[in-house]
Write a protein that binds this ligand. Structure first.
Ligand code: NAP
Length: 273
């Protein structure tokens, strides 16, 4: 069984973008106490420091809609690219993305950017599904004509990933998306040559849900008894899987650098190359 370290992939992307972002500004908002978003922000801070990016972080336990709106308006006036860490308690991402212009949307979640993704055109795409694809590509895991099962249909991970994997001429996968209403989940996941779990449910995937030799990508970031763990029961699954990403050190490590790759694309768009 191969461990697919995200750190190796991260290093390669870091080398690709370093030097391009010195002194650039980046607005990041985190509200509430979700462990995943806290973990995500700590990765962003580390990368920003290494890349010389000037972070403007708006972090609160609670915030009224007016405060959120005012901060986003300020970033818009200053032409600063924006990332809103999810979830924002009590507010749907769709409401927030109504007030962020698509050209400042680092996460590719604005309906315009989502539309480009759906049409298979170039644009700014969500970094987490991109991270899954970067890992598959780095470790030369074939998806052409293969069965890929995704657990989770969120607009941040599962849904955009399914669109990317369907892309003709590149990933060409046969994609199944499972969710909380899927019956006999493990029967479905056992079909996967590749299984991607993005459910936010600690240790959800067990060995009986994995085909012998399958590649298992764990997107989940959860906190259990003060420790970070994924959506895959790593110890249970590792001997049956052919390859598996660890948590931490897997998808999350790649996501946090891909945010900066998106940031670079946006700055090149705003200020020219
Ligand atoms: P989300 O919006 O809560 O969506 C979770 C999805 O999983 C939903 O579609 C849900 O189904 C499905 N689901 C939940 N429990 C399930 C179960 N027991 N069986 C089958 N499906 C189930 O979460 P998200 O934002 O996509 O994030 C998912 C996980 O990835 C979280 O742990 C999050 O912290 C992590 N994450 C990691 C990164 C990274 O870079 N590694 C980035 C973003 C998020 P329904 O639609 O039916 O409710």
């Amino acid at each position: 069984m191969r461990i697919l370290s995200g750190r190796e992939v991260r290093k390669r992307i870091f080398e690709e973008i370093k030097g391009g972002l010195e002194g650039r500004e980046f607005g990041v908002m985190r509200i509430g106490d979700d462990p995943g978003s806290r973990y995500y922000l700590s990765g962003i801070r580390k990368n920003a420091e290494k890349l010389g990016v000037r972070l403007d972080v708006f972090e609160r336990e609670k915030a009224a809609w007016e405060e959120i709106e005012n901060k986003i308006e300020e970033w818009k006036r200053r032409n600063i690219p924006v990332l809103i860490l999810q979830p924002v308690p009590g507010i749907s991402p769709h409401e927030i993305y109504k007030i962020i212009p698509p050209e400042l949307d680092v996460e590719g979640l604005h309906p315009w950017n989502m539309g480009l993704l759906l049409r298979g055109e170039a644009g700014i795409f969500p970094p987490t599904p991109q991270a899954v694809l970067e890992i598959l590509s780095f470790y030369e895991i074939e998806t052409k004509g293969k069965e890929v099962v995704i657990v989770g249909r969120s607009s941040v991970v599962g849904r955009p990933l399914s669109m990317m994997l369907l892309h003709k001429g590149t990933w060409d996968a046969t994609v199944t998306v499972a969710h909380s209403r899927t019956r006999n989940l493990f029967e479905v996941t056992r079909r996967g040559d590749v299984v991607v779990v993005a459910a936010g449910s600690p240790m959800l995937l067990k060995r009986e849900g994995v085909k012998e030799g399958a590649c298992v990508i764990d997107v989940g970031i959860n906190e259990v008894s003060g420790k970070v763990c994924g959506d895959v029961d790593f110890e249970d699954v590792k001997e049956k899987a052919g390859a598996i990403t660890p948590v931490p050190g897997g998808v999350g490590s790649v996501t946090s650098i891909l945010i900066f790759k998106n940031l670079l694309k946006i700055h090149e768009g705003i200020h020219g190359k």
